[in-house]
Every structure is written in C-alpha cells, then in structure tokens.
Design a binder for this molecule. Structure first.
Ligand SMILES: Nc1ncnc2c1ncn2[C@@H]1O[C@H](COP(=O)(O)OP(=O)(O)OP(=O)(O)O)[C@@H](O)[C@H]1O
Ligand code: SF4
Ligand SMILES: [Mg+2]
Length: 376
C-alpha cells in the first residue's frame, strides 16, 4: 500500500525522496522570528510590533507527528505560516532535509512549497464555492503541469482514499457537503500536491466528536500510506496526546517545553505546561476544580514581560525569573531524551531556589491552587 498513489500517479515526478536518511530532520527551524509592525499617526510609522514568533528553534523528525499547543494568540498559526513561507520570517534559518531554504545551493521556495502543505480549521472557506470538489482537488496538479485527464484521475483516486466515492461526491459543490466531508476534501487537496509534511492547523477542531474521530483515524492511515510527517496544531490536549509522537508547548511567541508526548503529559516540567494540562476537561464528574489552573489572559505580545515571559502568572516566580530569560535546555530530571524546558527551576545552578530541589512535576502535584496572577 505504501506510496501506491505515487506509482499510479500520472503527475510529473517530484524527487521527494529521503536525502539524508531517517536521522536527518525533515525540517530544522533556527531562531525564527516574526514581529508584526503596528503603524500609527499621519505618517503611518511603525510604532511598535507584535512579537508573534520570537526566537523559536526546533526540529521536525521524519515520519513523526509533532503536536503544537498553547493558548490562543501564542503564535501557533504564525509559526505554521512561516514554515510554509506564506509569511516571510524576519530572522532565522530553515533547513529542509539538509538543504537551507533560500540559499544559493540549497532548497528553493518552490521545493519548500512542494514539500509542505497545510490544512486549515475553516473547511468551508478553504474551498472554492464555484468548483465541484473533484476540480478543487485536481486544481493543484493542473497548476503543476498535469493534463486535465491526469489531474482528474489523481483527484478521483485521492477522494476515494479519504473515503468519498468520486462518482457520488466528485461533482458536488462544497455547500452540498457536511463539515467532515469538506475537511476530507481539504486533506485530499493537500495530498494532491504530494507533500512530505502536512501542517494541520486546528484541522479537526470544528468537527463534532464522532466525525473528528473518523478524520483522526483517516489521518493516521494516510500518514502510513503516504509516508507523511505531521505538525498538528490544536487546543484539544486529549487529541494532541492521541495523535502526537512529540509535543511542543508555546507561550507568548516562544517555546517553553518540547519533548516526547508521553513524557510531556506524564512528567511536565514547565509550570505553564502543568497548568495547561490541569485545564483539560476530566471525564470524572467528581473531579471538581475550585481554582482555575491558569488564571488571567496572556500578557500583551507587543510588550512581553521581562525575563521569563510566564513570570506574571507563575506561582514559583523569583527575582531571577524577572531578570533573566531561561534558556530552552535539556531537563535533567526527565529520563526521556530530547525533553527540553525553559524554566529556571529545571536548570541546576540557575539561581532559582527550587532549581536543585524536587522535580517541578512533583511540586505541581503537591501544590493545591495552581496558577494565579500575582497582585501588581
Ligand atoms: N497579520 C498580522 N498582523 C498583526 N498581528 C498579527 C497578524 N497575524 C497574527 N497576529 C498576532 O500575532 C499573535 C499570534 O497570532 P496567531 O494567529 O499565530 O496565534 P495562534 O496561537 O494561532 O492563536 P489561535 O489559537 O487563536 O489560533 C497574536 O497576538 C495575533 O494578534
Ligand atoms: S522561570 Fe520562573 S517564572 Fe518562569 S516558569 Fe520557571 S519558575 Fe516560573
Ligand atoms: Mg491559530
């Protein structure tokens, strides 16, 4: 079954083959920054900037699903758009399977866009209302040079693979489909361009739970079939755990924790991750929460707090937290490899009084009300 489509496909071949072997990350993101300027005055001068993504570095491994979580406005979608180059980054480097994007001898933007596709939350507005869905799916391959017949054959094949009979659904317009069906069409449309990496930005959030489960299972099957890598952005921490191999936690434009999914969920190290996990809805009706685990809104991204950006909401804040930004470093208390957190408590010798004490996960379990905004 693996890559069956590739052998059947009439599309011109794109060399998406693995160049550096399984150990070479599919993407390396280094020091990515995106600040949106805010203009004001008669001269429309830039007077400030929203620090939407601020010095973010991480890898995406081949074949993995990397979940991305964080509160609304923390920069998840901006990061996704930067990876696809739908937005240009202000600073940073992007390396695609060993080749730096935009460098003279590296990968071109065209290579990048061939390798990465995105599925957005709003399934309806992502589709052209005037095109039958078969044509919508065939559109990308047509633009890439496939003949009409070839592109339609591919589109029909992909619709079948996402569970929509081409004969029955191919001629329908988006308004004649349910939300789940539309999202399947969006997935087929993204796959028609043969990406290696699919970014799913809240792609299942608008679906009801039973349809969501179907689409998640479909994504898992397609990942195997097409040898895909996913970046899965979601607010739903249960779904992220279900689908992800690793999880990246963002707060106010920065990564605060990243690591294997089981380790992040069972042994979180950053107080923000702990609070997010505490916010998950419990299936146990007796599990009542008196104090909100995470109180207040995130601070203004135009003027983020000094030092650790989480210090205005963290119950463990000390002077060092306000003075110095904690680096994103390996967590020694974690047995899992590649578990990094940006918190002074997890770095021995940082100057935080709890740095060499018990692991913060244990502290969190011991503490009752969790996070509140300290009085100004
Ligand atoms: N084009 C833009 N111009 C100015 N500010 C922007 C622009 N796009 C996003 N922002 C700001 O950048 C920050 C990050 O936005 P982004 O959409 O990436 O957040 P998000 O984590 O995806 O949130 P959500 O979970 O609500 O989708 C927000 O403060 C947002 O207001
Ligand atoms: S660095 Fe300080 S303020 Fe930031 S999360 Fe850790 S303990 Fe809290
Ligand atoms: Mg978003």
């Amino acid at each position: 079954m693996t890559l069956e489509l590739a052998s059947r496909s009439p599309l011109p071949e794109f060399d998406g083959s693995d160049r550096g072997g399984p150990e070479q990350p599919l993407l390396i993101v280094e020091n990515f920054k995106k600040h949106f300027p805010i203009h004001s005055g008669v001269l429309n001068r830039a007077v400030a900037a929203v620090k939407a993504v601020d010095d973010v570095s991480f890898n995406v491994r081949k074949g993995e699903t990397l979940g991305v979580v964080g509160e609304s406005g923390c920069g998840k979608s901006t990061l996704a758009r930067l990876l696809m180059h739908l937005l240009p980054h202000d600073e940073g480097r992007l390396v695609l399977d060993g080749d730096e994007v935009g460098e003279r001898h590296g990968a071109s933007l065209q290579d990048l866009r061939r390798s990465i596709q995105m599925v957005f939350q709003d399934s309806a507005s992502s589709l052209n209302p005037r095109l039958p869905i078969l044509e919508s799916v065939a559109f990308g391959p047509r633009v890439r040079g496939a003949s009409k017949t070839e592109a339609r054959a591919l589109a029909g094949d992909l619709l079948e693979r996402v569970g929509l009979k081409a004969e029955r659904f191919g001629g329908r317009y988006p308004h004649e489909l349910s939300g789940g069906q539309k999202q399947r069409v969006n997935i087929a449309r993204a796959l028609a361009l043969r990406p290696r990496l699919l970014i799913l930005d809240e792609a299942v959030s608008a679906l009801d739970k039973s349809v969501e489960a179907q689409v998640l299972n479909l994504l898992a099957e397609l990942k195997e079939q097409f040898n895909l890598t996913y970046i899965f952005i979601s607010h739903d921490l249960h779904v992220v755990r279900f689908i992800s191999d690793r999880v990246l936690v963002m707060y106010l434009g920065q990564i605060v924790e990243i690591g294997p999914a089981d380790d992040i969920y069972d042994n979180p190290q950053h107080p923000y991750t702990m609070a997010l996990l505490e916010c998950r809805l419990s299936m146990d009706p007796d599990a009542r929460v008196d104090n909100a685990p995470l109180a207040g809104d995130p601070p203004n991204p135009i003027n983020p707090p000094s030092g650790c950006r989480f210090h205005t909401r963290c119950p463990y804040v000390e002077d060092i937290c306000m003075a110095k930004a904690p680096p994103l470093e390996n967590v020694l208390a974690s047995k899992a490899e590649g578990h990094l957190a940006a918190c002074h408590m997890t770095h021995p010798g940082s100057g935080h009084s709890r740095a060499s004490a018990a692991a913060p996960a244990a502290l969190a379990r011991a503490a009752t009300p969790i996070l509140t905004i300290p009085e100004a």
